[in-house]
Write a protein that binds this ligand. Structure first.
Ligand code: PAF
Length: 277
């Protein structure tokens, strides 16, 4: 399906038949992480729609919009057998016709972290996700916890705008050595790929220190130094409240989030941390 009109008509007919709809928004270059979202969606709803759209408005100048892998034929093959009813793969003119002039700005969980380094990012994500949800009107939409801040921003936006879709977060899928699956892992050469596994290993190490009661500043400084020793340029390594991404609150669950670059490849990851005293 290429047009929003077709998607809206499909959604209307599902709803008329009382079939529940789940959507999995993606930018394609599908991997096991995406397929786990599709399978979780299938377990929850009757009719599944996957969108594939490399959204230009969430890339800043000098970012990898042109290089981002576009692999529609193999994406469609990977979705075979996963019970997907519709793949919505619009072009940019369909999503952003001439004269398009709207951008959704989300506060709250979008403050800091990614926004400090990619200030354009969440307005691009919130706007395209709102358009997708309003066209497909799914009962549920599934997002990976790998993009944890994105998950919270989309959830906030969906609630604030009364879109009526339940946003479901699914656990990160990892390679055997712990590296979180990401379409951008394709940019890593063999040496960088080997080094990349240090990222989740360092996160785990920092979490062990934090949960053993080490002062936050010390644990984070040690973690940052360990990443730098392994060749990473660290954008941030931060401990946040898991629900708001504000400062940790005693007794609330926490999340450790990282963004770090290996050469020109930027990796992000995050893990849960038990509530602190
Ligand atoms: O996570 C992604 O792949 C994208 O940010 C999303 C949610 C599909 C919006 O373009």
């Amino acid at each position: 399906m290429r047009t929003t009109a077709e998607l809206q008509a499909w959604s209307d007919s599902c709803r008329k038949q009382d079939r529940s709809i789940a959507m999995v928004p993606t930018m394609g270059a599908l991997h096991e992480g995406h397929l786990s979202l599709v399978d979780a969606a299938k377990a929850k709803a009757d009719a599944i729609v996957v969108s594939i759209f490399v959204n230009p408005t969430q890339f800043g100048p000098g970012e990898d919009f042109d290089a981002y892998p576009r692999t529609e034929a193999s994406d469609l093959a990977k979705l075979e057998g996963h019970g997907v009813e519709v793949v919505f793969a619009p072009n940019a003119a369909q999503m952003y016709p001439d004269g398009f002039a709207t951008s959704i700005s989300v506060g709250g969980p979008s403050m800091g972290l990614e926004t400090d380094f990619r200030p354009h990012f969440f307005a691009g994500v919130a706007t395209v996700v709102a358009k997708l949800l309003l066209a497909a009107r799914p009962h549920y939409a599934f997002f990976g916890e790998k993009d944890y801040q994105q998950l919270l921003v989309v959830r906030r936006m969906t609630r604030d705008l009364n879109i009526g879709t339940e946003i479901v977060g699914n656990p990160t899928v990892r390679e055997a050595d712990g590296l979180a699956l990401s379409s951008r892992n394709a940019y890593l050469d063999a040496d960088a790929r080997q080094k990349a596994a240090r990222l989740p290993a360092v996160l785990k190490h920092v979490i062990v220190s934090l949960e053993a009661g080490a002062p936050t500043e010390t644990a984070l400084a040690d973690g940052r130094a360990a990443l730098e020793r392994n060749g990473f340029d660290v954008d941030y390594l931060s401990l946040c409240d898991a629900e708001t991404l504000g400062a940790p609150i005693p007794g609330h669950s926490r999340r450790l989030l990282v963004a770090a670059r290996l050469g020109s490849t930027r990796l992000i990851d995050n893990m849960p941390v038990a509530a602190g005293a």
